[in-house]
Design a protein around this ligand. Sequence first.
Ligand SMILES: [Zn+2]
Length: 111
Amino acid sequence: MKRAGTDGGDPFTRERSRALAARKLLPWVVASGAGAAALVKVAGATWGGAAGFFGAGLLAAVFVWTLSIARCPFCGRPLPRPGAARAASRGARGCERCSGASGDAARAERS
Ligand SMILES: [Zn+2]
C-alpha cells in the first residue's frame, strides 16, 4: 500500500476516494456476475445453475456496494456526498468529527 500523502492525510478524503474506487468497480462486478450466469446457461446448465452464478454475482455486487459507501472513520456513519452535504447531514448527524467535516455550514450555525 502506498503511504497517504497525495490526499493530504485527511481521513475523510481518503475514505471518500476509497468509496469512489469501489463505486467504479461496481458495474464490473454486476456485469461479470450476469456474464458468468449467461455463460453457464449457454454452456448447457439448468436455469437453477445459472441462477446460482447470478446470485453469487449479486452477493458480490452487494458487498462492493456496501464498500462504495463512504463512512466516517470515527463513528461509522455514512458520510454525505460532498455535493449534497448540507441537506443530508441535517437529519442524521454523526459524531463531532464527521458533522464538522461534512459541512462548514453546520459548524458556522453552532458558533
Ligand atoms: Zn463520525
